[in-house]
Design a protein around this ligand. Structure first.
Ligand SMILES: Nc1ncnc2c1ncn2[C@@H]1O[C@H](COP(=O)(O)OP(=O)(O)OP(=O)(O)O)[C@@H](O)[C@H]1O
Ligand SMILES: [Mg+2]
Length: 543
């Protein structure tokens, strides 16, 4: 066997080892072949093994540098220990026995790497291969990956959407009974081509495409608190009267409209139908009530002017039609159909439901996203067979609606998604958040993620933030994020035996997220752009 000794430990600190590479005269070769591939010694993200009388530690390279002294050049590696390898060649996280200086440092062979990932190989769920060992598949454990929430982070164009497509394609291939709901903000995963033909990143046999407006999430699904957030300005001096009256009216209307359903205990929050027009009328009548031919005014006279204006403007706003003017979901029975559409249980059943939010105007998206988050949670919360029916909610561009700041507009989405992040595990609801601005994303959601697929990220603020989130002892690895190429990722967390830098397998088909081809388009023939059509689409809010 070839000699893979590359150096010796010269410094040992808690979480960092310094290795002095053996010099050229001693046989140092910067390019060593292990198995089928040649490895550049000390490549960032590559693995080394440190051995010394019974101690066997696996570490990953974080940085490399050299110094010259009396014309002699010495090369060094900075490594981060990942865990120990026992006598059976099994890897375990954490270090019980530290090596001391002068310990031998070896390059890890392809076979050794294979065996490190073998613990997960039985699932057959691979996300790609090691960058410098294309034969070594990176297998993940799907249980913690989906059950304990996943964050896919990286700057624009780093390859997040391709990773999502690749991940989900592999998921339905290895687990044909998967239940995934994907919130697609830009229509990247399913779209219509020039001939109006539906195209997608997933085969039609596994995917259902739903235009978020057609899903029709009716207003009557909103809870009392959600209706308050949507219709009442809490800073208004008359807010408390509006809130109290709303409660009374809501209770009455929900009960009246559903007497035939046979539920004896309905609450203000029950997901049952009521008429929004009746709600408007109740407020209007109370606001205008006069007795004794106009001599005495009702107790609530004039109290609801603002509320009525706000409600009326929402009812007249075409952007809110999917909420306030449902065409199909106009009675309590229609909730079943909504849940079936949402979870892919409408015949024929589908594994992935892509909910296209791109036609929904951006200021209404948070309201829709909040309801989708709520549906995912409530479905399994009330599902007695939840453990056999785990659901994964994938939120693309999550920073756009699961916000860190306390903006009232995003409060509903934050509450819904944070509830999944905090309690979803118990009810079989997993969350995947995908974002290019982790710093703007809800801290609660991110910190509940036990798995991170980090792609290229150069912004120091975002890097610093990710560093503070990732599992203890692995934060130094974040410094390699700016060195990653397109489609390259660093996986951290419970689903993978050790933190790993790898190349994500390109999806097939790919999502519709290609960069514009400036050179070719700008070098080609000019053509007429239909500006009138652009204006029309903008006004109609149709893309
Ligand atoms: N695994 C991969 N293998 C090869 N090329 C890739 C891979 N991932 C991404 N790319 C390339 O990078 C481009 C951008 O990828 P993608 O759309 O996934 O970026 P993104 O991180 O989702 O960006 P944004 O934040 O703007 O949505 C792709 O069009 C593709 O050309
Ligand atoms: Mg993307």
């Amino acid at each position: 066997m070839e000699n893979l000794l590359i150096g010796h430990l010269v410094k040992v600190e808690g979480n960092q080892f310094t290795v002095k590479l053996i010099s050229d005269e001693e046989g140092y070769n910067p390019l060593v072949s292990t198995g089928s591939s040649a490895t550049l010694v000390g490549q960032i993200g590559s693995h080394v093994s440190i051995q010394q009388s019974g101690v066997h530690v696996l570490a990953t390279v974080i940085s490399t540098w050299e110094s010259s002294d009396d014309d002699e050049i010495s090369r060094f590696l900075n490594c981060m220990p990942l865990g120990e390898i026992d006598n059976n060649e099994q890897f375990s996280r954490g270090i019980n026995q530290y090596p001391i200086t002068q310990a031998d440092v070896f390059l890890v062979t392809e076979a050794e790497l294979q065996s490190l990932f073998s613990s997960n190989a039985d699932y057959g769920f691979s996300m790609g291969h090691l960058g410098n060992h294309s034969d070594v598949q990176v297998y993940m454990d799907p249980n913690p990956l989906f059950g304990r929430h996943l964050a896919i982070l990286g700057q624009s164009g780093a390859g997040k959407s391709w990773t999502v497509a690749s991940l989900l394609q592999n998921t339905v291939q290895t687990m044909p009974n998967a239940h995934i709901v994907l919130l697609d903000l830009h229509g990247e995963y399913c779209w219509r081509d020039e001939n109006n033909k539906l195209k997608g990143a997933f085969s039609p046999s596994v995917m259902r495409y739903v235009d978020a407006r057609d899903l029709e999430i009716p207003y009557w699904l909103l809870t009392y608190a959600e209706i308050i957030d949507l219709l009442i300005d809490r800073t208004d001096p008359g807010a408390s009267i509006q809130i109290a009256f709303l409660r009374e009216v809501l209770m009455t209307l929900r009960k009246e409209a559903n007497e035939g359903l046979g539920y004896d205990r309905l609450s203000v929050d029950s997901p049952v139908y009521f008429s929004i027009d009746d709600l408007f009328l109740h407020f209007k009548n109370a606001n205008e009530q006069q007795m004794d031919f106009g001599k005495t005014k009702g107790a609530l006279f004039g109290q609801f002017d603002e509320f009525l204006v706000k409600l009326q403007s929402k009812l007249n706003d075409a952007r809110y039609d999917f909420l306030f003017r449902p065409k199909r979901r106009k009675n309590s029975d229609s909730l079943e159909g909504l849940l079936r559409d949402f979870t892919g249980l409408t015949e024929p059943k589908r594994q992935i439901t892509v909910i296209d939010l791109s036609p929904v105007p951006s200021d209404v998206r948070p309201v829709v996203a909040a309801q989708l988050g709520k549906l995912a949670f409530e479905f399994n919360y009330w599902n007695p067979r939840r453990k056999e029916f785990p659901i994964q909610l994938v939120c693309e561009e999550a920073h756009a609606y699961i916000r860190r700041d306390n903006d009232e507009k995003f409060k509903g989405t934050r509450i819904a998604m944070e509830r999944i992040a905090k309690e979803g595990r118990k009810y079989g609801v997993g969350l995947t958040v995908v974002s290019q601005r982790p710093y703007e994303l809800s801290e609660t959601v991110l910190s509940q993620c036990s798995n991170y697929i980090c792609m290229r990220l150069t912004n120091p603020d975002d890097q610093q933030y990710v560093r503070s989130l990732v599992p203890e002892g692995q934060s130094d690895l974040v410094s390699i994020l700016s060195a990653l190429g397109r489609g390259e990722a660093l996986a951290l967390g419970e689903a993978i035996p050790l933190p790993t830098r790898f190349q994500v397998e390109a999806p097939s088909p790919t999502p519709n997220s290609h960069d514009a081809d400036f050179f070719n388009e700008w070098s080609g023939e000019p053509f007429e752009v239909n500006v009138a059509d652009i204006v029309d689409r903008w006004r109609r809010q149709i893309r």
